[in-house]
Design a protein around this ligand. Structure first.
Ligand code: NDP
Length: 283
């Protein structure tokens, strides 16, 4: 075949975008697998989102990620939605399918993939700390995969109740909201505890969830969405008790693997992305 100087384009639209390491992971995978694709991290303000998407259409991009603050506002510019994105009302990955831009959500799918390496979802009683975008994405994918029992613990009652209602009304599972009282005790009956809040992030200055760590036990699976640092205080405490733990790196790597599969139809090696992420974040 003769040399081509034209690559397929993918990328990300967000603001602020400079701290987002996805570009490093995805480009490392493209290079390793010799895929003729590029990934471009773009700073896009809310007022420019519409034009950015028109540009992607005009240049026939294979697809792109959306991050803060575009995950909901992007929907009005798309031609259709995948099942979980439709239920959540949020899109973090757009796929060009025969010229139509279809919105998917890979955040929860990435979590699910990481979870399934540890145990099956079905039959578990799940407690989710938080009710924002990450919590919503995780809860919807777990419910679509067979989880039937959710306890949503959140400070803000409106968001907590909304997520519980969405799970009951749109997915037919059992879900209830519990207000987050100080030193919250995880009930003994819970099998899986997921921190889906932003507490524990290196740059937040807030490392400790306001929960009673003594209420965790070794039979629980304890997961955290925080990427940096991957070993949060929650996960360290759970591991000390002998509980199985899942860190946020698996979720972020798997969601990128799923996005690249959508765009290229090729399953990249997650280990390549994992290693590159650890390298660029100096983990
Ligand atoms: P949102 O802003 O949508 O939601 C934030 C959530 O955190 C809310 O439920 C909020 O509660 C809760 N929260 C914030 N501060 C506290 C606190 N001090 N105590 C208790 N609850 C608190 O953010 P996202 O859901 O988009 O992101 C949440 C985290 O998930 C971030 O750290 C993000 O980086 C991470 N993430 C990781 C991914 C991965 O692949 N590993 C993918 C996506 C996100 P309230 O409603 O009461 O304000």
């Amino acid at each position: 075949m003769s040399e081509t100087f034209l690559s397929e384009l993918t990328g990300s639209f967000s603001t602020p975008s400079a701290g987002n390491p996805t570009v490093a992971m995805v480009e490392a995978a493209y290079k390793h697998h010799k895929l003729n694709f590029r990934y471009i991290n773009c700073e896009v303000l809310p007022k420019d989102l519409s034009n950015a998407i028109l540009g992607a259409r005009a240049m026939n991009w294979a697809g792109f990620n959306l991050s803060i603050p575009h995950k909901v506002s992007v929907i009005q510019h798309l031609d259709g939605l995948g099942e979980s994105a439709e239920i959540m009302g949020a899109v973090n990955c757009v796929v060009n399918r025969d010229g139509k831009l279809i919105g998917e959500n890979t955040d929860g799918k990435g979590f699910l993939q990481a979870f399934k390496k540890v145990d099956a979802v079905s039959g578990k009683k799940i407690a989710i700390l938080g009710a924002g975008g990450a919590a919503r994405a995780i809860a919807v994918e777990l419910a679509l995969d067979g989880a039937k029992d959710f306890t949503i613990i959140n400070r803000d009652a409106t968001r907590g109740e909304e997520l519980a209602k969405l799970l009951v009304n749109k997915l037919g599972v059992s879900a209830h909201y519990v207000p987050w009282s100080p030193g919250f005790k995880i009930p003994d009956s819970i099998n899986v505890v997921i921190n889906a809040t932003s507490v524990g992030m290196a740059d937040s200055g807030n490392y400790d969830l306001d929960i009673d760590l003594g209420s965790l036990n070794k039979n629980m699976i304890v997961a955290d969405v925080i990427v940096n640092p991957p070993q949060t205080n929650l996960l360290k405490s759970a591991a000390k008790l002998g509980a199985r733990t899942i860190d946020g790196l698996g979720m972020v790597v798997n969601q990128a693997v799923i996005g690249v599969k959508y765009w290229t139809n090729f399953e990249v090696d997650p280990a390549i992305m994992h290693a590159e992420l650890k390298r660029v974040l100096k983990l």
